[in-house]
Design a protein around this ligand. Structure first.
Ligand SMILES: [Zn+2]
Length: 168
């Protein structure tokens, strides 16, 4: 690995996700409600990029973009859903700063999550919430996964995830 590439990776992995506390609480509530404790639910996180900080302003649930997104128990999005997503971003003058979805048990990415990033762009951040977002969920409960390209991710859990998710 070249030194330049290493430096690039280091910069990518120092990325922070910043969310107002009200956005975090609303987002987790929304995912919990949509999943109903029996299926996965997810959303794109919208906001702005500011250097290494990805600031989340709002979210768009997958099932608002594609009514069939959650039908199989795990998330599947149609191509039309992405067309709607880009239209919404341009309407709000925001960009996709990450995505989030729930899992039945732990917050670890599945093989399918790793092989199919929602946005195939190095630096993209994917959060996974355990237990279908039931109960109180804090940043240390989730995993924060940073896409490196070529189906590779760097994953952070517990304290390491919490350090990268700032509630403001
Ligand atoms: Zn998953």
């Amino acid at each position: 690995m070249s030194r330049r590439f290493m430096k690039f990776c280091k910069a990518m992995n120092s990325q922070l996700l910043e969310l107002p506390e009200s956005v975090w609480a609303g987002l987790i509530d929304d995912l919990r409600r949509r999943g109903g404790g029996i299926r996965e639910a997810g959303a794109f996180l919208l906001g702005e990029l500011n250097g290494a900080t990805r600031r989340v302003r709002t979210w768009i649930p997958y099932d608002d973009l594609d009514a069939g997104a959650l039908a199989q128990g795990y998330v599947r999005l149609s191509t039309a859903a992405f067309t709607k997503l880009w239209a919404k971003c341009s309407e709000l003058e925001m960009v996709v700063v990450g995505d989030i979805h729930t899992h039945p048990k732990g917050p670890r990415q599945s093989m399918s999550d790793m092989a199919n990033p929602m946005i195939s762009q190095a630096g993209h951040v994917a959060l996974i919430v355990p237990n279908y977002a039931q109960g109180k969920v804090t940043p240390s409960d989730v995993s924060l996964n940073i896409y490196q390209g070529a189906k590779q991710w760097n994953s952070f859990f517990g304290h390491d995830a919490q350090r990268r998710i700032q509630l403001v």
